[in-house]
Design a protein around this ligand. Sequence first.
Ligand SMILES: Cc1cc2nc3c(=O)[nH]c(=O)nc-3n(C[C@H](O)[C@H](O)[C@H](O)COP(=O)(O)OP(=O)(O)OC[C@H]3O[C@@H](n4cnc5c(N)ncnc54)[C@H](O)[C@@H]3O)c2cc1C
Length: 498
Amino acid sequence: MEKTIIIIGAGIAGLSAGCYARMNGYAADIFELHTLPGGLCTSWKRKGFTIDGCLHWLVGSNPADDFYKVWQELGAVQGRKFIDHEVLMRIKDSSGKALILYTDIDRLEKHLLELSPQDEKTIRDFTGAIRKFTGMKMPLSPASTWDTVKMFIAIAPYFRALTKWSKVSVQVFSERFSDPFLRKAFRASFDLPDFSMIFMIMTLAWMNAKNAGYPIGGSLEFSQAIEKRFLQLGGTIHYRSRIVKILVENNRAIGIRLADGSEHKADLVISAADGHATIFDMLEGKFVDAEIKDRYAKMPRFKSLIQVSLGVKRDMTKEPGLCGYMLDRPVRIAGEDQKGFSIHNYACDPTLAAPGKTVLVCRFMSDMKNWRELAQDKEKYETEKQKITDTVLGLLESKYPGISEDVEMADVATPMTFERYTGNWEGSMEGWLITTKNAFSRMKRTLPGLDNFYMIGQWLQPGGGVPTGAMMGREILQTICKKDKVEFKASFPETSGK
Ligand SMILES: Cc1cc2nc3c(=O)[nH]c(=O)nc-3n(C[C@H](O)[C@H](O)[C@H](O)COP(=O)(O)OP(=O)(O)OC[C@H]3O[C@@H](n4cnc5c(N)ncnc54)[C@H](O)[C@@H]3O)c2cc1C
C-alpha cells in the first residue's frame, strides 16, 4: 500500500512537494485554505485586467540552467514564454536623474562609470562580482553523496566571493560611492535593514545570464501549471481547508484537524505553510528549541505590502518597466512615512490587459500593526484604502499627467489581504530578510522531538522565493525516499504544462 503524505498549503513549496511525492509513489493530499493554488505566487482579475502579485523574475528560466529541469519536472515552463528584461529597475530622483540597473553587465558598468567616473574602483568591484556569479548555476538539491561532492566542486570557485558579498549590506556598500546621487539611489534600490548585497548581485548575475525571466501570463498561470501537473500525477487538493491543528501521538505527527473539525490521518505531514503558524499555532509551540525561539523572536523578516493596482486606458509599452522614485519629502501612507514609491508597468505582458490598456502597480512596504486596528472598523479600513488610491494617483500624475482620467480599475491589497489569502505571519511578502548575518544559514526541515513531520517553504530559507520553494519540495522528497530506502525518481510530464 502507498505511504500517505498530508501537505499543508498549495503554495509553490507545497505543490512541488506534492508533485515529487506522486513521482515517488506516495499518496499525496494537499490541504489549502484558499480556493486557488500558488499562495503568494498569484494574480487576480478585476474589471478585465489581470493584476500580478508576484513574479518579477523567475530564477532558472533559461533552458541551459540545471534548475530549468526542475521547472520542467513540475510542468511549469513547457510552452511558456519568458521575457528577459533589459533593466532590473530604474531609481529616479525628483529632477528625473536616474540610476538604471541594466541587466547587461557591460552596459550597467558603462552607465555607472558615466554617472560617477571617480567611483571607478567601487563600480568595478560591484560589476566584477556580477560577472563572476554570472557563470554560477543555481545548485540542485543533491540526491547522493556523489551529487553533494559535485555540488561542492561546482561552488568552490565562488566560495570566497559568496562569503565576502554575503557579509556586506546594501546600505554599507552604497556608502563607498563618493557621488551623492549614486550613493542615495544605490541604497534606495534595496533599502531594507542589513540587506545582504548577495541578493542584489545574484539577481543581476542571473538576469545577465538571461536566467531570471518574467513568465508571460503572470504568476497564477504559472502556479496553475504546477497544480495541473500534481493533479495529473494523481494527487488531490482540498481547497477551502484551513488547518488549525497538527495531530500528534507519542511525539509523531499522525494527521491534521481542519477548522470545520474534521480530522485526516497520514503517515507523514509536511507543512509548506507559514512557519510561525505551523510551529506556534498548529503545534502549540510544543516542539521548539532555543534556536527556533530566538529566530522567531529576533530574526528580521520582509514586511508586508500595500499594493495599489490600476488598470488604465493607455498604451504604456514605450514607458519603463519597474521604476522607483525617491521623494524629497516623505509621503504618509497608513500612518507610515514612505521615502519613495515604485511604479511597476506591466505593459510587457499583453495577456494582462486589452490592447491599448495597461496595468500599473505601486507597492509600499507596510507594517501590519496599523492595519489590524483599521480592519476592526470596515468603514475606516475602506476610507484608508481610498485615501491611499488618491495619494498614489497624485504621485502618478506627477509622472504621467492626465493618468487619473484614464483609470478604469483601482484595487488596493493591504497587509490584511496578504495575511487573509496566504496565512503568512503579519502578512510578510517573502519570509525572512536575507541579511549579512543569515545568508546561506541552513534551517532544519524538522522540529525537535517530533517525528514523521517536515517543514518547507519560504520560512526555512532567508530570502524566500519561488525557486526556493520548488527546490525544497524536491529536496524533502529526496530526504523521505532516503529514509524509506527507495531511490528518488523525477520525471518530465508527457504533455505540455500549460
Ligand atoms: C509582490 C511580491 C513579489 C515577489 N516577487 C518574487 C520574484 O520575482 N521571484 C521570486 O522568486 N519570488 C518572489 N516573491 C516571493 C515568493 O512569492 C514567495 O517567496 C514564494 O511564493 C513562497 O512560496 P511558499 O510556498 O514557501 O509559501 P506561500 O506562497 O506563502 O504558500 C503557503 C500556502 O499555505 C497556505 N496556508 C497557510 N496556512 C494554512 C493553513 N492553516 N491551512 C491550509 N493552508 C494554509 C497558504 O494559503 C498558501 O497557499 C514575491 C512575493 C511578493 C509578495
